[in-house]
Design a protein around this ligand. Sequence first.
Ligand code: TPP
Length: 555
Amino acid sequence: MKLTGAEIVIKALEYEGVEVVFGYPGGAVIPLYDKLYDSSLRHVLVRHEQGAAHAADGYARATGKTGVVFATSGPGATNLVTGIATAYMDSVPLVAFTGQVVLSSIGRDSFQEADITGITLPIVKHSYLVRDVDQLAATIRAAFHLAGTGRRGPVLIDLPKDVTLAQAEFSYPPQVSFRGYRPSGDCNTSQIYKAAKAIGMSRKPVIYAGGGVVASEAAEELRELAETARIPVTTTLMGKGVFPEEHPLSLGMLGMHGTVYANYAISHCDLIIACGARFDDRVTGRLDTFAPQAKIIHIDIDPAEIGKNVRVHYPLNGDVKTILRELIPRIELPQTEEWIEQIARWKKEHPLSYRQEGEVIKPQYVIEKICELVGEEAIVTTEVGQNQMWAAQYYRVTRPRRFITSGGLGTMGYGLPAAVGAQIGCPDALVINISGDGSFQMNLQELATIVQCRLPVKIAILNNGYLGMVRQWQELFHNKRYSQTELIPVPDFVKLAEAYGIAGFRARRPEDVVPVLERGLAHPGPVLMDFVVDREENVYPMVPPGESITKMVGG
Ligand SMILES: Cc1ncc(C[n+]2csc(CCOP(=O)(O)OP(=O)(O)O)c2C)c(N)n1
C-alpha cells in the first residue's frame, strides 16, 4: 500500500520507537501535522522552535534516547539553529525534521524559504534534503542510525512540502551501513595492553572523565577502574554524575571554575586517563603549561578528538565502555597511596568555600540547600553563567543523566526548555531548573508549555539583576566597567509565574531560603522560586582566561 511522505515520516518514527516529538507547526509542515493528528505519537507544542530543540535535547540527555523535533520552513527552521548547535557541541542525539518549500520553488527566495541544510552544515553530524519520496524511509532510517551511534549528534532532514504529499510504497530498511563510517572505533588489543602497562607504572594517575562516559553508559566501568586501581577521578562539566561526587576518590570538576585540588591533581599527575573527554579550553587553560609531566591515555569514540588539543601517548579509539571492559582486567595496580595522601592534603587546604553571613542571600547557599533537599534522583538542568558554575560546584551529583547543562556552546535560555524535555522523558523524576535572571528571560515563553503539558517542573532563579558572569569578568578584568550587564528592572518573576498559572514564591533573606524551597518542592505542580541574591557575588576559584590552570584566583 502506498503512503504519503507525511505518513511515511510518522510510520518511520513509530518503527524507531519514538514516543514524543517536540515542535511547532507552520505552512510547510501542515501535511505532517495533519498525519500526526491521527497517530499515537505524543507531540509537545512549545512556544518557540528554539525551545523545541532544547527540549528534545534535554529529553535525549535525560533518557539516552534520540530527541525528535518538527519545525516549519524558513523562520521555523532557523529558530532551531541555536538548539541544533547546542546539541552538536555536546554530542547529543537529535533528529530534526524541517519543512521546506515545494521542490520547484527551492532557490527562488520563495516565501519562508531558508537553505537550512546550508545554514546548519557546520553544526550537524549530517543533513539531508529529501527530493524524492521513494528515498524518505531510508533517509529517516539513516538519520536515526547516524544520530544515535558513534559520537552522537544532530541530524537534519529537510522535507519539501510536495515530498510530504507525494506517495510511495513504505518499506523500512532493517539495516544501514555507510562506507567509511566506523561508529565503534578501531582500537586493538595491543594498544590496550600498552595503556594497561602505563597505568601500572604510574604513581600519580588521574582519571579525567567527560560526557562520553555518559553517552556510552560506562559509569560502572569507570568506577571499577577508579576503585580497583585507586585512582582519583575528576570530571568535566559534561561528565558530572559519571562518578559519585561524594566518593572519597572524587575530585569534582576541573578547569576554569573547577576545584583547586582537581586542577592541582591534573597539573601534577604523571598519567591522565581521559575517558570520553575532549581537552576543551575551559578545562586545559593555557595549553603549553597543561599537565606538563603527564603521559596521556585518551579513550574516545571520535578519532578526530584524539591528539586534537594535546599530545596523546596512548590513543584508544572506541567506545569508552567497551575499552574500559577490556582494559580493567589487564592493568597491574599502580602504587598510588602517597598520591592520594597528597590529594587529601590539597582537599583540606583548598576546599570549595563561601560564607553565608549578613542579610543577603548567597547564591551558593541556595544551591547547597537545593542539593540537600531534592535527593539523588532529581534531575537538575541549568542555564548559563554564574548560576551554572555554582550549580556545578555545589550541587553534588551521584548518577549520570542527572545534571543537564549546555557545556560546549554555553547557551543561555537552554535550561528551562531542557527541563521540559527531561520532565517529559522522566515523568516521575523531580526536575529542577537552576537559572539566572538573564538566562530565564531568554526562553521564559516555555512556561506556557509547562502549563499546557502539566509538567511539575521547579524553577529556581538566582536573581542578581545582572548578567552575572559577564559582570564578573568586567569586575575582574575591565575595571568594574559594567557595560550593558545590568538587567534592571527585573520583572516581578512571581507575578509573571502567576500570569502563566504557575505558583510563585520569593526569598529575600537567608532565613527564607529553606522555607521557600520546602514549600516549592512540596507543591505538586510547577513552581517558580525567585531567590534575590547578593548582586556582586563571584564564582571562585577562577582561572583567568589564557592562564595556566594552577593560577587560580580566589581558591
Ligand atoms: C545566548 C547567549 N548570549 C550571550 C551569552 C554570554 N553570556 C554568558 S554568561 C552570561 C550572563 C548570564 O546571566 P544570567 O543568566 O543572569 O546568569 P548569572 O551569570 O547572573 O548567574 C552571558 C550574557 C551566552 N552564553 N548565551
